[in-house]
Design a protein around this ligand. Sequence first.
Ligand SMILES: [Fe+2]
Length: 164
Amino acid sequence: MAFFEWHDGMSVGAPLIDSDHRALIAIINELHDMLEVGQAVDRTAMANHFKELVKYTQYHFSREESMLRAAGYAQLNNHAKSHGSFTQFVYDMRNRLTRSIERRTAEEVLEYLKRWLNHHILVEDAAYKPFISQNPSIERAGIKFGPGLAEVRGDEPMGLAAAE
Ligand SMILES: [Fe+2]
């Protein structure tokens, strides 16, 4: 079983956002896997992977915000603030990792990331579900922003047929 598992209850009703969330979860799992293999923590490799997490998290949050804007979502500002503080946290952790890190600290950071993202998807993202769910014009706003994270990362071709 993976460190962080996506499940159907996490769906926000927009395939593109769900797919992005899965890709972010995959990156967190990859970071976790980096702690499992070997004895010493490879700080450089972890810091580089954290950099990827920062980059893709920002990319995804911007997409989500452009979709919420298209939906005229009243809570957009608060939602964006929450995105901003999380992005800053991931960025700070990345800087901390480049200096020095103990395995335990890395494990705690990953636990925190997992808890935050899980809570964000299940509570804060779930709150906008009724406003964007099954809405092709909002899904199109998300597609216009750019390809799915999985595709950007080269994980898998995105199945966007459902959004057409
Ligand atoms: Fe969000």
